[in-house]
Write a protein that binds this ligand. Structure first.
Ligand code: CO
Length: 193
C-alpha cells in the first residue's frame, strides 16, 4: 500500500460503499494510519491508497502517540452544512501544495466506525474542513477543484509538475498505464460486492 499522487485515476474515481466491516478492513485501516503518520498528514481517504471504497481516516493531531484521536469514517454522508470558512489546505496526494479553500464552517456527518457502529457527529473548524476534504476524495474531488479561478491559475504550474512526473513515470514503466490502473480499480469494486 502506498499513497498515490495526482493524477492517479483512483483520485478521480467515485468510490463505492463498504459492504463488510471485518478484520481485512481493519488491517487496511491500520496500514492507512501508518502511511498517514509517515507522511505527517491529518487525514487520508481510501482512494488515496488506490482503494475505491467509501472510507477515510482522521487524526487531527498527526501524532501516532495520540491514538485516542484516531477516527474512522465508513460510508460517511454529510447531512447538514452551516456557514462558511476559508483556510489553507493541503493534500497528501499533492505534497507541498497549499492554498486557501472555502468550505462550510460546520458540518454534521453520519458514518460507521471500524466496529460497524453507526454514529453522527457535528464538527467545526479544522475537523469540519478535514471531513469535507476527505469526503470529497470519495467522490473523486480534490481540493484544487474547489479553488476560485484565480486560485486555480496560481496552483496550475505546481499541478502541472505533478502531472508531468506521473506521465513520465508511466512512460518509463515505473507507473502502470491509466488503463491498467482503471482495470485494477474496477477489479477492487467487484471484490467488494
Ligand atoms: Co487530500
Amino acid at each position: 500500500m502506498q499513497i498515490v499522487p495526482h493524477p492517479h485515476p483512483a483520485l478521480r474515481f467515485r468510490s463505492v460503499p463498504v459492504v463488510r466491516i471485518d478484520d481485512a478492513l481493519r488491517k487496511i485501516v491500520r496500514e492507512m494510519f501508518e502511511l498517514m503518520y509517515a507522511a505527517e498528514g491529518i487525514g487520508l481517504a481510501a482512494n488515496q491508497v488506490g482503494l475505491p471504497y467509501r472510507l477515510f481516516i482522521l487524526n487531527l493531531t498527526a501524532d501516532p502517540e495520540e491514538s485516542d484521536q484516531e477516527h474512522v469514517f465508513i460510508n460517511p454522508e454529510i447531512t447538514q452544512r452551516k456557514g462558511n470558512q476559508e483556510a489553507e489546505e493541503g493534500c497528501l496526494s499533492l505534497p507541498k501544495l497549499y492554498h486557501q479553500v472555502r468550505r462550510a464552517d460546520e458540518v454534521t456527518v453520519e458514518a460507521y466506525d471500524i466496529d460497524g457502529t453507526g454514529f453522527e457527529v457535528t464538527v467545526k473548524d479544522l475537523a469540519s474542513r478535514a471531513v469535507q476534504h476527505e469526503l470529497d476524495h470519495l467522490d473523486g474531488v480534490l481540493f484544487i477543484d474547489r479553488l476560485t479561478e484565480a486560485g486555480k491559475r496560481e496552483v496550475a504550474p505546481k499541478v502541472l509538475d505533478f502531472e508531468t512526473a506521473f506521465r513520465q513515470g508511466q512512460a518509463s514503466g515505473s507507473i502502470p498505464s491509466d488503463a491498467e490502473l482503471q482495470a485494477e480499480l474496477h477489479r477492487l469494486v467487484t471484490l467488494q460486492s
